[in-house]
Design a protein around this ligand. Structure first.
Ligand SMILES: Cc1cc2nc3c(=O)[nH]c(=O)nc-3n(C[C@H](O)[C@H](O)[C@H](O)COP(=O)(O)O)c2cc1C
Length: 215
């Protein structure tokens, strides 16, 4: 598929079918994702692939922790965000809400859905050695970008799940991840449920002139 088409067509998937993803397919996806550039080719990313019943077990732990601690998806701001950022968040809500069952509150759908990896048969937990500085999170982000595009080209849906950061201790314990690794993000991977209305939601982007300066 042409790259421009892959980039413009791809959207996050928030309802997956239970059709399993073969291990070889996940391996191919990770091989393509890690073809991305990294500073001095250090390739700082590490992946824990959680499949099938193990994925469901992890989700039970995450849902319990999310409910107990009343954690919710948010922008991860350290101080008050400018209105234009809040506006983009509202637009995302407006793009998804019309596709939800009326009784499903948006925030519950996102919080529970994220902890359940939206029913995906595969969850990939991305970690980085704590010996690295925060600068190396850029490299991990590039790998994630490659991953969502490669997955789309392979007929797979994805949804990055940043919410799981709040549950680092639980994830570390459930998946035997050492104290020397930091959990960066999770990503749900699987085949999109073709009948789920929510997968028709289409997020918008700020026009280029809002985010670019030519000098
Ligand atoms: C770093 C990062 C963290 C994200 N965390 C979540 C999450 O926890 N739950 C969720 O439903 N979507 C999450 N998303 C998906 C974004 O909401 C989505 O990419 C954005 O709204 C743009 O929509 P699109 O991917 O359909 O183009 C995350 C995306 C990124 C890049």
């Amino acid at each position: 598929m042409e790259l421009e088409k892959i980039i413009t067509e791809r959207h996050s998937t928030r309802a997956f079918s239970d059709k399993p993803v073969p291990r070889e397919t996940v391996e191919k996806l990770l091989s393509l994702s890690t073809r991305c550039p990294s500073a001095i080719n250090i390739q700082p990313w590490e992946f824990t692939v959680v499949m099938g019943e193990e994925r469901r077990r992890l989700s039970r732990i995450l849902v319990k922790a999310m409910r107990e601690r009343n954690i919710s998806c948010g922008p991860g701001a350290v101080r008050r965000l400018a209105e234009r950022f809040m506006d983009r968040q509202r637009k995302l809500m407006d793009s998804i809400a019309p596709f939800l069952e009326e009784e499903t509150a948006f925030q519950d759908f996102i919080n529970e859905g994220s902890c359940n990896f939206y029913g995906a048969p595969v969850a990939i937990i991305v970690t980085i050695d704590t010996a690295f500085s925060k600068s190396r999170l850029v490299d991990v982000g590039i790998a994630l970008g490659y991953m969502v595009l490669a997955a789309h080209d392979m007929g797979l849906g994805t949804c990055p799940i940043g919410l799981i950061n709040a549950f680092e201790d639980e994830i570390r314990e459930a998946l035997n991840i050492s104290e020397e690794k930091e959990v960066v993000i999770g990503i749900a991977v699987g085949y999109a449920d073709p009948d789920a209305k929510v997968n028709r939601a289409c997020s918008s982007r700020a026009p280029i002139h809002e985010v670019v300066r030519f000098y």
